[in-house]
Design a binder for this molecule. Structure first.
Ligand SMILES: CC1(C)S[C@@H]2[C@H](NC(=O)CCCC[C@H](NC(=O)C[NH3+])C(=O)[O-])C(=O)N2[C@H]1C(=O)[O-]
Length: 351
């Protein structure tokens, strides 16, 4: 059945609420075939008072995990990696438990502890301590493996950045090529994603972009401009830069079968519920959300200092939406921004 038209007024209302809750700006772009709907609100740069516009680039955080998953699953299709083999078969240094498989890493079921829990316990000091740091994959994995597993491998879903850092290490160890090259050759160039890049460990964003503003734990203090950072604490788990048009093109191409053979796309979209109400699920580097109108959309969310992202598409890739609010450490804004999904795919302002 055809989807109801996007409720653009509802998207604008969601943006206004997010601004009232502390976001300097927000943008949403919806693409469906040749039609696009664009809503930009507030400021991209609060010092220069530059208005937000939907073409601006931004840090996408964990939306990067889907890009990493595509590369890994292409390697699976090429016979270079076996999803159900021990991850240790493909790593330069072993993880502490031989039972952890590549599939466990892609589905956040390895149990590996997430080192960012400690790294960012104190939000701004934690960020400033790593803002210009460059980590190796192994340094990040070591930060995790000093802690016990959250669960036995395969026994539960427990989201961890460590999983996608380990997957980046696997991609580089198996192919001898940096993930940046794989992103570019396998995804960015074939799809013509001209506004998407992976420039780790460079701290600057090229082209026209939104600045990002990190809220302090003492919320009475001013926002911290967190735009420039290496994102080396995340790399293949969170360091991609893109814009709304490119993210829509990426997720639409992915779900319409342009990036993966049928078998690997089926593996990726085999979703496991991760919330009690079953409305949120996770596949392999891919989130599923069932919306108020019953439509299930597929994509990923992102939280990186100064940037909240939602990027989702329909199961056939026909309609895609990307939303950004240029703040973080503000859960209220993050939840509010999520309502752009209902407005974009259900055509209604959520009750
Ligand atoms: C699962 C998530 C939410 S967290 C994970 C990843 N982002 C991070 O791990 C960064 C966490 C700290 C970010 C920081 N917060 C603090 O420092 C709090 N003390 C802020 O808000 O900027 C990402 O992106 N994923 C999101 C995802 O997948 O949606």
């Amino acid at each position: 059945p055809a989807l109801p038209a996007p409720d653009v007024a509802a998207v604008a209302a969601v943006h206004r609420t997010a601004l009232s809750q502390g976001a300097p700006g927000a943008l949403t772009r919806i693409d469906e075939g040749r039609r696009s709907y664009r809503v930009a609100t507030g400021e991209a740069d609060t010092a220069a008072h530059t208005p937000m516009d939907t073409g601006r680039r931004f840090r996408v955080g964990s939306v990067s995990k889907t890009f990493t998953s595509v590369v890994l699953l292409q390697l699976v299709a090429e016979g270079k990696v076996d999803l159900d083999a021990p991850a240790n078969r493909y790593l330069p240094e072993p993880l502490p438990d031989e039972r952890i498989t590549v599939r466990h890493l892609l589905s956040h079921r390895s149990g590996l502890y997430d080192y960012t829990n400690d790294m960012f316990y104190n939000t701004v000091p934690g960020f400033e301590a790593v803002r210009n740091k460059v980590f190796s994959y192994q340094e990040l994995i070591d930060l995790s493996t000093v802690k016990p597993l959250n669960n036995a491998p395969g026994a539960a879903y427990s989201y961890s950045n460590t999983n996608f850092v380990a997957l980046g290490a696997i991609i580089e160890h198996v192919t001898g090529t940096p993930v940046a090259t794989h992103y570019r050759q396998r995804i960015f160039t074939p799809l013509g994603l001209k506004h998407t890049s992976y420039v780790h460990p460079r701290t600057t964003i090229s082209g026209t972009y939104a600045r990002g503003y990190l809220r302090q734990d003492d919320t009475t203090l001013p926002l911290v401009d967190s735009t420039e950072q290496t994102v080396s604490w995340a790399q293949s788990a969170g360091a991609v830069i893109s814009n709304a048009k490119d993210l829509n093109r990426f997720f639409s191409a992915l779900l319409s079968g342009k990036l993966l053979p049928e078998e690997q796309l089926r593996e990726m979209t085999t979703m496991v519920p991760v919330t009690a109400d079953g409305k949120q699920s996770y596949g392999l580097g891919l989130r599923g959300r069932t919306l108020s109108c019953g439509t299930t959309v597929y994509g990923h969310t992102g939280t990186v200092q100064g940037y909240y992202t939602y990027a989702f598409t329909t199961s056939d890739g026909r309609r895609s939406m990307a939303s950004l609010a240029n703040t973080s450490n503000n859960g209220t804004v993050n939840t509010t921004l999520g309502a752009t999904l209902d407005a974009s795919f259900c055509g209604t302002d959520p009750a």
